[in-house]
Design a protein around this ligand. Structure first.
Ligand SMILES: C[S@@+](CC[C@H](N)C(=O)[O-])C[C@H]1O[C@@H](n2cnc3c(N)ncnc32)[C@H](O)[C@@H]1O
Length: 337
């Protein structure tokens, strides 16, 4: 069966993992579910699988940063056809993946609280979360947060409830929930309280809630309606004859984007292609991947193509685009020197 592998006799369906080539996601392409719900930071995926099993009219999209959690969730998801999983940082990707008014619910169980003030930006409910949530929720859609840190729920309640068109309901202590998580049971067994916050996007909300997206403009379609892959630049130059060592440690910054080039590796001698380890950050949203440089000679004209290596999964953020442009400039200048 395509996309399925057996690891230690456990059937894992890797086709449940989303690798979008285009943003925002086309939710219709998943087969017309009645509702769509996003779960942020699903951990071992227990809640995700149970929720999906008991809501078969709902597409459940799980978003996690941890690769090992993704594997654990896939194991639990088994044959459920209404689960999709994406490895992404919700602080950035919730708004980039989802169109305005596209989600019926966002669920977050026991987020890492990052209690120190200097780590506040690492909280999923950071300063931009309210904007993003109010954009992606449908009118009437809800955000449910469960935490063992009451202050975290209270902070989120005041940030979100203050927002035009959002209503934060009173915090609940130790609510009875049909589906529970590992952390929930652990805290309750320890005699600790858990707190639930429910926020709704009020359906009388008339303003066009929309937040600006950093990536969408790069994914726009060609005039002929085809997908526009702007993730490459071709320069009319051969690769520098002295090697690529001069790139190591270079990089740059522009607006909220930073990028750095690290080691280079031969990708294919037959093709004259090389891989450059690249690190890009758009504020806190970091991506590591390889840029592939491939030299080609057609009818006596030599060019070099610069693009992310096909095995790297990269979101085309401003930092990635600036890094590709910077690489093109550096190679052109070095080739002339
Ligand atoms: C304390 S665990 C809770 C796991 C699970 N929800 C539960 O209740 O058992 C928090 C989870 O959030 C994930 N996480 C942390 N920051 C994240 C982010 N910015 N985007 C997505 N997931 C994140 C972590 O990898 C971790 O699995």
């Amino acid at each position: 069966m395509s996309g399925r592998f057996s690891i230690f006799s456990m059937d894992i369906d890797y086709s449940k993992i989303l690798f979008p080539r285009k943003l925002p996601l086309d939710l219709e392409s998943f087969g017309g579910f009645k509702k769509t719900v996003l779960e942020i930071g699903f951990g071992n995926g227990e809640y995700t699988a149970q929720y999906a099993a008991s809501h078969d009219d709902t597409l459940v999209i799980g978003m996690e940063v941890s690769p090992s959690c993704i594997v654990r969730c896939l194991k639990r998801a088994g044959d459920l056809s209404n689960i999709k999983i994406i490895r992404a940082d919700a602080r950035f990707m919730m708004r980039e993946l989802f169109p305005d008014a596209s989600l019926d619910g966002v669920i977050m169980n026991f987020p890492c609280p990052w209690p120190k003030n200097r780590h506040a930006a690492r909280r999923v409910t950071d300063a931009s979360f309210a904007d993003s949530l109010s954009s992606v929720l449908k009118p009437g859609g809800t955000f449910e947060l469960v935490t063992d840190e009451e202050w975290y729920a209270a902070d989120a309640a005041s940030a979100l409830g203050y927002f035009e068109g959002m209503t934060a309901y009173a915090l609940e202590t130790n609510p009875t929930r049909a589906v529970t998580t590992k952390y929930e049971r652990k805290w309750l067994d320890m005699g600790k309280n858990i707190t639930r916050l429910l926020v709704a996007k009020t359906d009388v909300f008339v303003g066009a809630a929309s937040v600006s997206r950093k990536t969408w403009e790069f994914y726009r379609e060609n005039d002929d309606g085809g997908e526009c892959d702007m993730m490459h630049i071709r320069i009319d130059k051969a690769l520098p004859t002295g090697g690529l060592g001069f790139l190591f440690g270079t990089g740059g910054e522009r607006e909220e984007a930073h990028w750095a080039f690290k080691k280079s590796y031969v990708s294919s001698r037959a093709e004259d292609s090389y891989l450059i380890e690249t690190i890009c950050a758009d504020l806190d949203f970091e991506q590591r991947f390889y840029l592939k440089l491939t030299e080609r000679n057609d009818d006596g004209k030599t060019t070099t193509l610069i693009k992310p290596d096909g095995t790297s999964h990269v979101y085309l953020t401003p930092a990635v685009r600036f890094a590709i442009e910077d690489m093109a400039n550096r190679l052109s200048t070095q080739a002339q020197a």
